[in-house]
Design a protein around this ligand. Sequence first.
Ligand code: MOS
Length: 681
Amino acid sequence: MTATRARSRVEGPLKLTGAARYAADHRPDGVLHAVLVGAPVAAGRLRGVEVAAALVLPGVTAVLTAADLPAFPELPPPSAVRVMPFSDDRIRYEGQPVAIVLAESAGAAEAGRAAVIVDCERETPVLIGHGRREPVMDEDRGDVDAALAEAEIRIEQTYLQAPRHHHTMETSGTVARWDGGRLTLWDSVQASSTVIPIVSTAFGLDAADVHVVAPHTGGGFGAKGYIWPHEILAAAAARVAGRPVKLHLRRPDQFSNVGYQPWMEQTIRLGATADGVLLGLEHEVVNNTALADTHVEPATEASKSLYAVPALRLRQLVERVSLNVPTPMRAPVEGPGLWALESAMNELAAAAGLDPLDVRLANFAEVSPADGRPWSSNGLREAYEEGARRYGWRTRHQRPRREGPWLIGHGMATCSMGSFRFPGAGRVRLRRDGAVVEANVHDIGTGVQTVLSQIAAEELGISPDRVETRWGDTDLPATGPTYGSSTTMGTGSAVAAAARDVSKQLAELGLGGRDPLDALGRAGIDELVGEGTFELPGGAGFNADGAGTPYAIRTWGVIFTEVGVDPDFGLLRLRRAVGVYSAGRIVNQVTARAQMTGGIIWGWGKATMEESDQEPARGRWLAKNLSNVAVPVNADIPAGIDVSFTDEYDETASLIGARGIGELGATGVDEIGRASCRERV
Ligand code: MOS
C-alpha cells in the first residue's frame, strides 16, 4: 500500500486543461447576469437608488432595490451575517449591497451598475482602533498577578496584525434556478450541506426543496466557509425575475462581501524563572468586527492549549468599526494567536539568554494544559528534535551574520492547531470495473478526491486508479465541511468505514480474500454498496480537541527559518525553512507536504507582505483589485523548504489514524519573519 501514499492530485489534468467546471461555468437556460451595486460610503443613511439611467441601457432587464426583495428573517450561524443587507436604510460599510442589476449579459449588467445612482447621507465612519470595544470572553486559571510579580523574567508586548483578504482565484458566486418551489444553487463554497438550512430559513422552504451543487471550488481559505448574503440574493433575484440568475462577485465586490481576517491587537504578558520556565501568562486579544455583525477571532486558544503554564488570564474583545464582518481565514485561531505567543516566547528567550528551542522544551505540556487530559498522540518532542537536526539549529551562527549585502538571522517557533471534528457519512460502490466513492466534500485545491480515493483503494485492496470520487453535491451523503482542517480525518474515516462495509459483504458472500473486482465479476454481481459514518461522542455535530473523550486531540509542529535582510534596499528574503509536523497518520505524503509548504509560504506572506488597509479618510478598503495586493511569488520563495512528518497513528482522532492537517503549516511562520528580522535591526 505504501506506493499509494504519494499520489499526485487526480484532478490536476482537468484543472490544467480548463476542463474543470466551476460554479460560474453553469449557465442554465435563460440565465440573467446579476451585479451588486454597493454603497459608495462607509457610513450613513441610504436615501434612495436612482435606477432610470440603468434601465434604458441595452440588455438591462431590472434593477432590484429593497422594495423588490422579500423581507428576510434573522439568520442563524453559519450564516456569516445575522441581518441581511436591504433590511434597513443604514449604511454600515462601503460596498454594502443596495441594489442588484439584472441583465442579459455580464457586460450589460456591469454597464447598468455604473449607471445606477446611489443617493446617501454620509456620516463619519468608525476607523480601526477607534471603535467601541466589547468583552466577549474571559478565562482565568490560577493567580496571574502573583505569578508575574514573582517572575525573574517578564515580557510585555503588544502585537498588531493588519487585516487581510483571502483573495481566492475564483471569486465567490452563485447561480440560482427555481423550478416551481424547488431551488437549485450552483455555488462556490466549502460547505454546501450547511447552505441548505440557511437558504431554507431565508425563504421559508423545506430543506428537501433546496439542492446545492458545488463543483470545483477555486480556492477557499475560509472565505467560502460560511453562508454569505450574495448566495441568498442570487436566489431572491431569480425568484423575482422568474429566470435563473448568476451572481458572481466582481473582484472589487469580493473585498466587502465575503469576509477577511480581522485587524488584531494582541497583548501578551509572560512571567518566567531565569531558566525560562513559565509561571504566568496573560493574553488579551482585540479583533475588529462589523457594527452589526460579530466575528470573534479566538486567538487566546493558542495560549490556553500549548504550554504548561500554571497561571493564565485570557481576554477576548471585539471592536466595532465601519467595515464588513470578518470571517475565519487559514489558519484561524492559532494562526493569529501563535504570532503573538511565539513572538513573546522568542522575546523571553532573548531576555533570559536562552536558546528559543530550550525555552519551548522547558514548558513542554505533557498533558493538555486546558484540562489535564492526556494527549491522544503527540509527536511534538520528536518534531523539535528532528527539525533541529535537519536545520542544524544547534550549530547555527548564534549571532546574526553578514553575507554580501545580506544580514542573515535564524528563527524558530512552535506550530499548533486545535482539532475540529465534524460527523459525516460516505458511500463506496464497488463495481466490476472499479469503485466509486461518494461524499459531499469540496475540492478547494487540497487534494480531497485523491485522498478519499486512496483511502477506499487501500481498504478494498485495489489500485487507486480504479477509484473515482463524486463530490460537491448535496444529493450525495452529507459530511463535514471542507474547512477546519477536518476533511481527511472525518470524511476519510467515513469512506474507510464504507469500504470496510463492502469488504464485509464480500466476505459474507464468500468472496473475501481475492481481488474484489475479479471476485464480483466471477460471482456475476454488478455492484455492492457500502455505507460508512464518522460519528462523534454523544452524537455531537461538532467536537473541538476531543471534547467528551478521555483524550485531548491537537496537532503540532515546529518551524525553523533563515531570513535575509538587505538593509540598503529594505529587502527581506526567506532563505530556508524546515518544518516538522505531528498530525497523526499521513494518508498522502504528496498532498500533505503541499499543504504544509503552501502554509509556510502563506505565513511568510502574512509576515512580510499582506495587508488590507482601511483608507483613513473614507473608511473603505483601500484596494479594489489585486494590483494593490502583494503576496509571495516564486521569486520570493526558496527551493529549500523542507517539510516532514512524525510517524504516528492516532486511533482516538479517527478510524484511519489521521488528525487534522490542512492549516497546521500556516501557523508559526509569521513570528519568525518578524522575530528573526528584529534580531539584527
Ligand atoms: Mo479554513 S479558515 O478552516 O477554510
